[in-house]
Ligand binder design. Structure first.
Ligand code: ZN
Ligand code: ZN
Length: 351
């Protein structure tokens, strides 16, 4: 089969590799229908994630059809259409039983990290019973790919950790796919002010279409000042960091109101300063979280009901065989006005 293989920093190839086989009775082999590229994959290609070894197939998002089901599976069988969660959950360990499968002893974020991922014609999914979701008939399959990672990530790490309440003022720093997912799901809680901050005017325009009440371009270094002016000097109840940089975490600390929350989503590859000299007396809560994907069912129901419309996050479509072109487009997201790209595997995918 063909797959996108990581060969060390800056080096990837779309090449022939052996088709995955069942290893445990709780595995499933999924024939990929749709997959996508994540900002995390770009981090891997930069060499930021030491857990990813050369030779690894990348990708942790997608949908597909079960090609082979292990004999130990109870919820899934050959031929079932499925959504793949970016988080593998054994369902039994202490972390899984605490609704924290991101730290599953036997799973967590392993797809496209420590085991081969979804940017391929086939993928092996361990603990398939608790790591896959049935793809409902009539569901928009492209939109369902957003349930693998970015919608639960924006919702769990940003919105839920930020404890957004009706009438709150909320600022989301970063209007990439995950920041926009937080922006979409923050609206479940009817915040009064929903401020999107980015350095890209096109993304800010998209944020406004997605429901932001205010859009602030922070490329002049005055993002925090503008938020303070907008909130009458009080700052925001919830500041969500969706970039993963010291500067944007700095903005969060500058704009959080007394009693407020800073919810970090971003993947930080370098250190960021924590200004306790200004925050120590401010009754502020700062949170971090790796997505647990424990809200996937809830989000799926919301999408099916038409209350959440993740298709708007998709800007580009490619065949899986054009994945290198898709990486170029996604890697130049600003120039290409790209958010999420959908890769569709060909019907004649070779075994
Ligand atoms: Zn991802
Ligand atoms: Zn577990």
């Amino acid at each position: 089969m063909k797959a996108l293989v990581y060969h060390g920093p800056g080096n990837k190839k779309f090449e022939d590799v052996p088709k995955p086989l069942l290893r445990e009775t709780t595995d499933a082999i999924v024939r990929i229908s749709k997959t996508t590229i994540c900002g995390t994959d770009l981090h891997i290609l930069k060499g930021d994630l030491s857990t990813v070894a050369a030779g690894r197939i990348l990708g942790h998002e997608g949908t597909g059809v079960i090609e082979e089901a292990g004999t130990g599976l109870g919820h899934f069988k050959k031929g079932d259409r499925v959504i793949i969660s970016c988080i593998t959950s054994c369902g039994r360990c202490e972390s899984c039983r605490r609704e924290m499968p991101s730290h599953c002893e036997n799973g967590g974020w392993i797809l496209g990290n420590t085991i081969d991922g979804t940017q391929a014609e086939f993928v092996r999914i361990p603990y398939a019973d608790s790591s896959l979701y049935h793809l409902p008939d009539g569901g928009d399959e492209d939109a369902m790919v957003m349930l693998s990672d970015i919608l639960p990530t924006g919702y769990e790490c940003g919105v839920l950790k930020g404890c957004i309440e009706p009438g709150d003022s909320v600022a989301i720093i970063g209007a990439g796919p995950v920041g926009l997912s937080a922006l979409l799901t923050a609206q479940f809680f009817a915040p009064a002010k929903l401020i999107s901050i980015d350095i890209d005017d096109n993304r800010l325009e998209v944020a406004k279409q997605f429901g932001a009440t205010h859009a602030i371009n922070s490329s002049d270094g005055k993002g925090a000042e503008k938020v303070m002016a907008l909130t009458g000097g009080a700052g925001v109840d919830v500041a969500i960091e969706a970039v993963g940089a010291a500067a944007t975490f700095g903005i969060c600390q500058d704009i959080v109101a007394a009693g407020g929350h800073i919810a970090n989503i971003g993947v930080h590859g370098a250190k960021a300063d924590l200004h306790l000299e200004t925050l120590w007396s401010r009754n502020v809560t700062i949170t971090t979280r790796l997505v647990d994907a424990v809200t996937t069912s809830l989000l799926l129901r919301t999408v099916l009901a038409g209350r959440l419309k993740p298709r708007q996050l998709i800007t580009h479509h490619f065949a899986l065989s054009d994945i290198l072109k898709a990486y170029d487009t996604f890697g130049n997201a600003g120039r290409e006005h790209a958010l999420k790209v959908i890769l569709t595997a060909g019907p004649a995918a070779s075994p």
